[in-house]
Design a protein around this ligand. Structure first.
Ligand code: ADP
Ligand code: RBF
Ligand code: MG
Length: 192
């Protein structure tokens, strides 16, 4: 027994070095197990050591932070008015809390390293091919093998709770949403 896990990660003042880490790309297909086997969909991004140098030495495990998505006008969850309520310029990107896994999915023994984010929001349609940006703010736990699928699911649900609570503090919430002090401009920037 390793005892109960902490329910909040990181100091209240905000993320500490080496965070925030950034990663972006278009959502790709994985093995399709997230939704079907776990009931926890994860949006996968390509792992490219050239585009994301830090990822080659990042510890395999569970991270959390904010995700932004450039949902197309045809997507049912695209906000009607994507403008921020802080009076800043409108953005095409919508921002959500996320929890993610970087690693080999020990339980499944994958041969290639994956990076996949479970966005803490209920979507009515998938968003493969959509541009996603991840602002990673902290590390929750190392990747583990589990005796059963149920045990893995239970642990991931706890990760979601830890991420939500950790992000729900002024030093961790985004200035762009009007709820915090953290600089989230990288997530919503428009670049031509
Ligand atoms: P795959 O192995 O192809 O990644 P998943 O079962 O993990 O398959 O499903 C992931 C897809 O589900 C994502 O690419 C995304 O389009 C969609 N999706 C729907 N809701 C969410 C969510 N809350 N978080 C992440 N992805 C979601
Ligand atoms: N897979 C593992 O084998 N071990 C883990 O400890 C583990 N933790 C995860 C934590 C989170 C928050 C998420 C979203 C996924 C995790 N996974 C883990 C990956 C999981 O096996 C994977 O999402 C599915 O196999 C679908 O790709
Ligand atoms: Mg996935």
């Amino acid at each position: 027994m390793s005892g109960p896990r902490p329910i909040i990660v990181g100091p209240s003042a905000g993320p500490e070095a080496p965070y925030p880490l950034q990663m972006e790309g278009k959502v790709i297909h994985g093995f399709g197990r997230g939704s079907t086997e776990l009931g926890i969909p994860t949006a996968n991004l390509p792992v490219d050591n050239n585009l994301t140098p830090w990822i080659s030495h990042a510890e395999s495990g569970v991270y959390f932070g904010w995700a932004s998505l450039r949902l197309p006008p045809s997507h049912p969850n695209r906000p009607l008015d994507a403008a921020t309520d802080s009076g800043e310029a409108p953005t095409e990107f919508s921002v959500y809390p996320m929890v993610m896994s970087i690693g080999y999915n020990k339980f499944y023994d994958n041969k290639a390293r994956s990076a996949e984010a479970h966005v803490l929001h209920e979507f009515e349609a998938d968003f493969y091919g959509v541009e996603m940006r991840l602002l990673i703010l902290g590390f929750i736990r190392e990747e583990k093998d589990y005796p059963s699928l149920e045990a893995l699911i239970e642990e991931i649900n706890l990760d979601c709770e830890v991420a939500r609570r950790s992000l729900d503090r002024e030093g961790w919430a985004l200035r762009e949403t009007g709820k915090g002090t953290l600089d989230g401009s990288w997530l919503v920037r428009e670049e031509k």
